[in-house]
Design a protein. Sequence first.
Length: 75
Amino acid sequence: MSHVLSEETHRNMLARIPHCTGRAVSDWLRTVDEGPCLRFEEKVSWLRHEHNLAYGHAKAIIHEYELRRAARKFL
């Protein structure tokens, strides 16, 4: 399964995460950073099972985490 989201879909999903989960996206990104070192889909599964997140929310969080991690490599 592809993990590519349109930019608009991704931003909309991120905007809904705090309301749906009760936690800010930055909190989720920190949780992922402190979590196990896994591949994309494995991280999504980890978030879903360990933190009871919906698939779409977990996927959006991991996608954002990977985008920010890639951006840091260019700095």
